[in-house]
Ligand binder design. Sequence first.
Ligand SMILES: [Zn+2]
Length: 261
Amino acid sequence: MTNDELRGPGRSPLATVSALIGARRVPEAGVPQNPHESRASGILRPVVFGGNDGLVSNLALVMGVAGAAPAPGVIVLAGIAGLLAGAFSMAVGEYVSVKSQRELLEYQIEFERHQIATVPDQEREILIGIYVGRGFNREEAVQMAERVFADPDRALDTLVREEIGLDPRVIGSPMGAAVGSFMAFTLGAIVPVVPYLIASGGIAFWASLIASLAGLFLLGLGVSQFTHRSPVRTGLRQVGLGLAAAVVTYLVGTLLGASGI
Ligand SMILES: [Zn+2]
């Protein structure tokens, strides 16, 4: 069992990146940790990163198609198709990820239950080893392990957490993860498309670009909540990255459009 297989619930690549960002955060000395922080960011995190994903991918898509100067309606069609394709892809990915985490957890619990029933001494030794590794002396570790093993349910729960490293509480529902990421992606991806629904030509193009960059700036403010970095700088970084993606796909779209493909 590698650590990769035991990643948190519904960890898409984006969520993993956000977890890494979170892990790198260094709390300031003397500043008490807000006990609600992790819970709040647990909800905000997938929304911010899903929205960011939708915004960047659909902005790049819309700009790429716009660069080729197609017939009216094609950009909207591409934007809506890109939104749906991306949102379903995110939802399916999240569902499969969380579902397999749950199945893995169920398998591990059953395996551990079997181990406790058949080779309890071996499992007790494993727990003693874990406590010794945390700095308790052998005598203390034996005493603690014996307390834990006095109740089979508690022994099972403790071994699942300590030995396997899975926390049943943090694995959410597959459906919830799927619906949440679908909505977050859609909210981001709709931004570059809306101007093309109500206008066309240069006005729609610039409105789409500006609205998307403004959205990316706001999402950057959200990201800075997790990283505890400067909000403005994080916002501008998001804008820069999104703009770079948009410029590249626009140029590619222009080249392809000019070549008559
Ligand atoms: Zn075990």
